[in-house]
Design a protein. Structure first.
Length: 384
């Protein structure tokens, strides 16, 4: 990978050990992905926030650099492990809370916006189309490349942090306008967000970089978000598109049999003790839609709804928070269903969710059983 003289100087340590570390990460990442050079980025979104994910080693590393490291471009942050408004209502140990607060403080000291959201596209204005960004959250990276007109690698926690510290990122294949490598045909009749999430999960496995989706009209924003979440969970694919010329591309059908196979893999319980919504976190529009779909009914069991803090605050301001609390919902900000200690096998046998991303992580990482249902079916069958 070609570096400029200034980048070479930073790599050799002439700009200090923090910049040397960052450029070493970028150089290694660039070499591994076949990038020709580094390009400037105007926005970085970091992962590596939840103490459940980065552990003691991550917390200690961030604490060791926070007095000297400063981000050079706008930098936002993925969810952490809990909502501080309700942390006392859950059995979370003091050690976890203390370490999570240390991680939060470290990022703040480095100049990071502590947004604690996995859906930056829902809560921040998007840069102009064609802009280069560096997103580590997989669903956000896929959303940026596919729906927002932006360009990003599927960054790791380390490469995104290095990009924040330098303002640069490797010019990898996903940053280039590559055509679809595979056509994926939606052949499930009348798909809900659950089937679109399954298609994303399927496409993530069969496509290398760019999936061309055909066979159905372009879905709405909720369904597209489900595609992003499913695709980001299962493989390296980092972009999808609808329409366009797919002639000459390998075509793979996603039909009832493929959907049944994914259901068999991820659906591990006949029913859930708790309902989980918001993986990825829900937008204000989705919260509003949930209120409308409930229509005054309430869930027969506890429903945990994950959303960004700005969405929770807006929901409270217009009265939705009170409505949802009366419907047996708890709105949780700053955290996500994935890898949170709020849902664990010690306290929960199984959950019901409409999220393929959530189903994967709740089953594999949190260790609970999962019952998959679309949101409309959840409301139809789980409310009184």
């Amino acid at each position: 990978m070609q570096l400029t003289p200034d980048e070479e100087a930073a790599l050799s340590g002439r700009h200090g050990d923090i910049m040397q570390m960052a450029y070493r990460i970028l150089a290694a990442t660039g070499e591994a992905t076949g990038a020709e050079r580094l390009v400037p980025v105007e926005w970085v979104h970091l992962s590596g926030v939840n103490y459940n994910t980065i552990g003691d080693a991550g917390e200690e590393f961030l604490r060791s650099i926070r007095d000297r490291a400063r981000v050079r471009v706008r930098t936002t942050l993925n969810p952490m492990g809990f909502d501080i408004d309700s942390v006392g209502s859950y059995d979370i140990g003091e050690e976890f809370v203390r370490k999570q607060r240390s991680i939060q403080e470290s990022y703040a000291m480095m100049g990071v916006e502590t947004s604690f959201s996995c859906v930056p596209y829902d809560i921040f204005p998007m840069p102009r189309p064609g802009s280069q960004v560096a997103f580590a959250e997989s669903n956000a990276a896929i959303h940026a490349n596919s729906l927002d007109g932006l360009h990003t690698n599927k960054e790791s926690a380390f490469s995104a942090l290095a990009s924040a510290l330098t303002g640069k990122s490797p010019y990898g294949p996903l940053r280039q306008d590559m055509p679809p490598d595979t056509a994926v045909e939606m052949a499930v009749p009348d798909p809900t967000e659950l089937e679109w999430g399954m298609l994303g999960y399927f496409a993530g496995r069969v496509c290398e970089g760019h999936a061309g989706i055909c066979g159905a009209e372009r879905p709405d924003s909720r369904d597209c978000k489900a595609i992003c979440g499913g695709m980001g969970t299962s493989g390296t694919c980092g972009r999808f598109s609808f329409g366009g010329d797919l002639s000459g591309r390998e075509k793979v059908e996603f039909g009832p049999a493929e959907a049944a196979g994914i259901r068999d893999e991820l659906n591990t319980a006949e029913k859930g003790d708790v309902i989980i919504l918001g993986s990825p976190q829900l937008s204000f529009g989705e919260i509003s839609n949930l209120v409308a779909m409930l229509g005054g009914r309430r869930f027969a069991k506890r429903c945990m709804v994950f959303c960004p803090r700005v969405v929770k605050e807006r929901a409270a301001a217009v009265g939705y928070l009170d409505v949802l609390e009366r419907a047996n919902c708890t709105l949780l900000a700053d955290c996500c269903a994935c890898l949170t200690p709020l849902v664990s096998a010690e306290t929960t046998d199984s959950v019901t969710t409409n999220s393929i991303k959530g189903a994967y992580y709740l089953g594999h990482s949190n260790g609970v059983g999962v019952c998959l249902k679309s949101l409309s079916r959840i409301i139809r069958e789980e409310t009184i």
